[in-house]
Design a protein around this ligand. Structure first.
Ligand code: KG4
Ligand code: ZN
Length: 340
């Protein structure tokens, strides 16, 4: 089955053609990041406008690259939640128009379920159940993937998501948006001894061993930089980036390890933009080696937002759900556990 998938939940206009949930026939991503960088973050109205301008060409290119026309497509999938509402509405309405005009079924997909499904594209043999760490710009979850469409959150962030903390700390360090990758690069250039240079608090959440809290850590970085500035001291940005990244990764990996041990999962996955982080990838690899767990992490090309992951998840959604009616709406927030 060939699914044409559309993703427009944030600042990437993306379309892809995916076969049977596992094979990418094409994947086109038009990123607006350079424009949003000027403002230090995604400007929702600009994002919506750029999606409107780009979506027709992006979808056409995805069809061309896959060597097919709309006639060769079986179903149309679209990210319908969560995300920036104006941005989502562009994709949802365009997908709805395509589905109506072509008479094809419409499959709504949850963006974070899509991130998890990127692992099905990376490893054609991966099957639920597995335990997945989701770390993106808006979400930090530990998710039991009991089945393709049966997901259960056991740990979540109480405040900032991991990617959000990376981006805010990076901004304070003087990096441009989105700063996660700059912290990653700076941390890679730090010397091993630099990890002892700055003491940062390791966030804990009272009463929940699996939940995360990153805002205190982010604030500690911001305060450290302000104090140094006031005293006229220079901060070793590479060392600070390395200390911050190490702390975030230890918390993410530590909670995931505990959850896997307690719940008996031996198959582990990671998903979302932050799973591109080199420290996190290394930390997960070490933890899984130690525990003899199988580890699945998408290649860097599938960690960030893309439509192929939406096409992968859509395949499994349409096996169990009838598809959307013409009244399908977008939602800015929605639990990964809920069905459309
Ligand atoms: O999953 P994603 O592309 O979009 C959302 O659904 O939010 O995640 C974007 C987030 C941003 O916060 C970005 O800074 C972060 O992923 N990110 C990274 C790295 N690459 C992207 N964070 C740390 N290290 C990286 N290498
Ligand atoms: Zn995303």
């Amino acid at each position: 089955m060939k699914i044409l998938a559309i993703e427009s939940s944030c600042d990437e206009t993306a379309a892809a053609v995916v076969e049977d949930g596992r094979k990418i026939l094409s994947s086109v991503i038009n990123s607006q990041v350079e424009e949003h960088r000027l403002y230090g973050g995604v400007v929702p109205e600009i994002a919506s406008r750029r999606h409107v301008e780009n979506i027709v060409q992006v979808v056409q290119k995805a069809l061309d690259d896959a060597g097919c026309t709309l006639d060769g497509i079986d179903k149309i999938a679209v990210t319908a939640a969560p995300g920036l509402i104006g941005a989502l509405l562009v994709g949802v309405n365009y997908a709805k128009g395509l589905a109506l005009a072509s008479g094809k079924p419409l499959i709504p997909v949850h963006h974070i379920r899509g991130h998890i499904a990127a692992n099905y594209l990376a490893d054609p043999d991966l099957k639920p159940p597995f335990l997945c760490l989701v770390a993106s710009g808006g979400h930090s979850h530990i998710v039991e993937v009991r089945d393709y469409t049966d997901l259960h959150i056991i740990g979540r962030t109480r405040d900032d998501a991991a990617g959000e903390a990376f981006d805010k700390a990076a901004r304070a360090m003087g990096f441009s948006y989105p700063g996660g990758i700059y912290i990653d690069r700076a941390a890679q250039e730090a010397a091993p001894d630099d990890l002892k240079k700055y003491r940062l608090p390791k966030p804990r959440v009272e009463g929940s061993e699996y939940d995360f809290s990153f805002s205190g850590l982010k604030t500690a970085v911001i305060n450290l930089l302000h104090n140094a500035q006031q005293k006229g001291e220079t901060v070793d940005t590479k060392a600070l980036a390395a200390c911050f990244q190490k702390t975030v990764c230890e918390v993410l990996v530590g909670h995931l390890e505990l959850a896997a041990q307690r719940l008996g999962y031996r198959s582990i996955a990671a998903a979302g933009g932050v799973s591109a982080n080199s420290g996190l990838r290394e930390g997960l690899a070490q933890m899984c080696r130690k525990n003899k767990f199988d580890l699945h992490i998408p290649p860097l090309s599938l960690c960030g937002d893309n439509a192929a992951m939406i096409g992968a998840q859509a395949y499994y959604e349409q096996l169990v759900f009838p598809g959307a009616g013409w009244d399908l709406n977008a939602a800015a927030s929605m639990s990964i556990e809920a069905a459309f």
